[in-house]
Design a protein around this ligand. Sequence first.
Ligand SMILES: Nc1ncnc2c1ncn2[C@@H]1O[C@H](COP(=O)(O)OP(=O)(O)O)[C@@H](O)[C@H]1O
Ligand SMILES: [Mg+2]
Length: 225
Amino acid sequence: MIECKDLKKIYVSGDVETEALKGVTFSIAKGEFVAIIGPSGSGKSTLMHILGALDTPTSGTYFLDGREVSKLDDDQLSDLRREKIGFVFQAFNLLPRTTVLRNVMLPLLYSETSQQEREERARQCLKYAGMEESKFYNLSNQLSGGQMQRVAIARSLINNPAIIFADEPTGNLDTKTSHVVMEAFQELHKKGHTIILITHEPEIAEFAQRVITIRDGVIESDLRK
Ligand SMILES: Nc1ncnc2c1ncn2[C@@H]1O[C@H](COP(=O)(O)OP(=O)(O)O)[C@@H](O)[C@H]1O
Ligand SMILES: [Mg+2]
């Protein structure tokens, strides 16, 4: 599913160069639930942006589902993201004053689906993510943090992605709610989804099957349970 070889990323701002990734090599098979863990500044978000086709590496190769992502232009990257990838972020990134259902339908707005089909798929994804039906017409800003993250998970599923990326999805949640959200990811994993979770919390990484530790832009360990 994912194969990267010697990925390097150098950010240049003014005359300062930061080598955020210093040659990262690993692969992830379909259906795996992998946590990428490391301290702040270790390169986790940089790696996720590359794996999620939001950015390209400075050097190295990255294959996603047989396609060489490191060679794609911006239009091809955005097509690939839409077709293959679901994202869940720490900040939920929901539209406020907009219903739960509409938030989940949003990624389909410019696709060739009818309003009825969009709504039907959004309902299915919300149920799949464990959202109570009585909340479908609530405004997103009226929900608890845990409910918001379920809506964000439902939205990430709307295009039936091959892979779900979650960058610090529990970063804004208390411990109990974090565990509930992690259990939702475990459910998705059991149903066969490939999940890549980024976190700086060892306790959250424990929910995954495999833990890749990154430090100063290099992989320090890669352990399977
Ligand atoms: N857009 C950017 N421009 C310049 N430096 C950046 C940029 N993004 C990240 N960095 C630097 O790259 C390193 C890795 O950052 P990041 O991938 O965000 O780490 P993490 O997500 O593990 O906290 C840090 O030193 C950070 O300051
Ligand atoms: Mg980060």
